[in-house]
Design a binder for this molecule. Sequence first.
Ligand code: ZN
Length: 165
Amino acid sequence: MIKSKQLERPSLVHKGIWTPWAELLCYECHGRNFSSGQLSDWQWEIHTNPLDLTELNRITTCDRCARPIQVYDEVAEEHNMALTLKEHGIDAVMEQTGGMNSACRVNKIDEREMISDDEDCAFYLIGFNKDGDKQYILSSYDEEYAYIPEDDFQCGTKNEMVSHI
Ligand SMILES: [Zn+2]
């Protein structure tokens, strides 16, 4: 008997890259050149072949070729959140939040996305596992990127967050 969990979580997955310009890419779509230098032939060989899914990583998809890739759990879950929200017609994108940190940004563009009563609220950031507790946390910000404390929402599953939005 085949267990469906094994099908959902393939053990060999290409490594992915969280780029400074907020894309998630497989190595083939990114290319060999990095700001720190060019990958050698053996590094390229390692990174362009699927590897065991590590404990710290989770699976999402490459922004350009849609192949499954593994990246750190927080950036994978935030990216998966953005993809799901986009499927629901919500303006969600990945954002660099400083120091290569990541978040799923939800732009407040219509009534449907009005979570906050605060008139100054311009957008939300959703982060995953920021405190090591595997929680999704939504926070509100104004146009100047100032944090609005009242509107935080926290939950343990992607579905709960999608329902909240
Ligand atoms: Zn790719």
